[in-house]
Design a protein around this ligand. Structure first.
Ligand SMILES: [Zn+2]
Length: 458
């Protein structure tokens, strides 16, 4: 990559004008001024990046792959009916083929908007875990696949919240997770990691959470859980256990640097001490929290308290897209208005959340998050030659406030070009889109749903 503006995200946060990145195999071997890099490295493939930005690939720390196919199935609804009447029943009818199709659709969308690493948080067995892992392997993205674990069919105090097609039992979910760790963890040249996807409080007993934590340590892997997403979560833990969300997590041994707590809207400031001490990550999902009216997480406050905060897009019914660039803008904006403070969460901090903090959250901080010698070559190239991106005064500001996923031109993951000139090389994008258009309505019909435009279709 030559003649680029390189946002390195290195320790000094250097931005190299007329910069170049040299890649060998799957690693960055050098980064600096184009003239210097050209004189030191020959490079078989040269990508001219004149007028373009090069930055580390974005890390989406909270994704539901299986929800791309049910995009727009539950707009403008409250969380419990949203989940109980639409999202879970629809996913509860999936065949492995549909799970795989949804994952492909989601991965294409993520790559096309600059995400190179994602954390899938709850993969039900019925979505076809092996098929999804194979799809991730083929398309070339880097991903954490978390197998869902539960031993009560509930959500907070709602005992009937999980419909039949989505109920799993503790023993089976644990066995399947361990089976998938043995089969897939570290596969695809270490692009695929398998984590424990513990379901939300109300779906697991305290002992089961403890077992999950113990096994995550044993297999040296991570855990992700939805925590304090809506007010009900907080009220449930208060009523049942007389604890705050993080007190409950500590009680269940679900604390540590290998845990991502998704949403964290209702994690109170009194919990910050536990979070900082145990070095867990909170994954902020602003679009989802806004759309479901869940509330505003204390993100600038958490960052000020020294807590690692990453960023996530969540899913097709709650966002409804998987575009981390749009997500960065939302994150940067909503806290300014909440705090009446335009200086809250500047663009640079948000980009750190989407790169370095995500790398730390996924336990890949030594390999990802910045463009530096020895790190993995997961990079994206943004085309700045666009009416909405000029003139360039501060490239980070342009990226966070003015760009969108459609500005991503080229994506390199693990040293391989996965998308070039917006064309995905490793998968047949047109075919996936066509199949998604055909299959989507079929899934709705199975549960008797007929979602149409609210305005008359002529
Ligand atoms: Zn979620």
């Amino acid at each position: 990559m030559l003649n680029a503006t390189v946002i390195t995200m290195n320790r000094r946060r250097e931005i190299i004008q007329d910069g170049a990145v040299a890649i060998e195999g799957n690693k960055v071997i050098d980064v600096g001024k184009t003239k210097k890099i050209k004189s030191l490295h020959r490079g078989e493939v040269k990508i001219d990046c004149s007028g373009k930005l090069v930055l580390p690939g974005l890390v989406d720390c909270h994704v539901h792959l299986a929800q791309a196919l049910i995009r727009g199935c539950a707009d403008d609804m409250a969380l419990i009916p949203w989940l109980r009447d639409r999202v879970l029943p629809l996913q509860g009818t999936y065949t492995p083929k549909e799970g795989e199709l949804s994952a492909k659709l989601c991965c294409i969308e993520m790559i096309k908007s600059g995400t190179t690493t994602f954390v899938e948080s709850l993969l039900h067995w019925r979505y076809g875990f092996n098929e999804i892992a194979r799809a991730v392997e083929k398309i070339g993205i880097r991903g954490v696949l978390s197998k869902s674990l539960m031993n009560i069919p509930g959500y907070a105090s709602h005992k009937d919240a999980i419909p039949e097609g989505m109920v799993e039992d503790g023993e089976t979910t644990m066995r399947q997770t361990i089976e998938m760790i043995r089969r897939w963890h570290g596969k695809a040249n270490n692009r695929i990691h398998i984590w424990f996807g513990a379901r939300t409080p109300g779906a697991c007993t305290v002992d089961f959470y403890r077992e999950i934590s113990e096994n995550a340590r044993k297999f040296k892997t991570g855990i992700t859980i939805h925590l304090g997403e809506v007010k009900t979560d907080l009220q449930f833990l208060r009523k049942e256990f007389r604890m705050t969300p993080m007190e409950f997590m500590r009680h269940c041994d679900m604390v540590g640097p290998n845990i991502i707590y998704a949403h964290g809207v209702w994690i109170p400031p009194s919990d910050f001490k536990i979070l900082r001490k145990t070095r867990g990550t909170v994954c902020h999902c602003p679009a989802s929290n806004l759309k479901l009216a869940s509330g505003f997480a204390f993100i600038p406050e958490m960052l000020n308290a020294g807590i690692n905060v990453a960023l996530g897009c969540d899913g097709g019914p709650s966002n409804n897209c998987y575009d981390m660039i749009r997500e960065m803008k939302l994150a940067a904006l909503i806290h300014k208005a909440r705090l009446f403070d335009p200086e809250a969460l500047p663009a640079e901090t948000v980009l750190e959340m989407a790169t370095l903090n995500g790398a730390r959250a996924t336990l890949w901080s030594k390999e990802l998050g910045s463009i530096e010698r020895g790190k993995l070559a997961d990079l994206i190239i943004i085309n700045q030659f666009s009416s909405h991106l000029v003139p360039v005064r501060n490239p980070v500001s342009n990226l966070v406030y003015a760009a969108n996923g459609g500005d991503v031109d080229t994506v390199i993951i693990d040293g391989k070009i996965i998308m070039k000139g917006r064309k995905i090389i490793t998968e047949n994008e047109e075919e996936v889109i066509q199949r998604a258009m055909d299959v989507g309505p079929d899934v709705d019909k199975r549960i008797g749903l007929n979602i149409r435009s609210r305005w008359p279709l002529k």
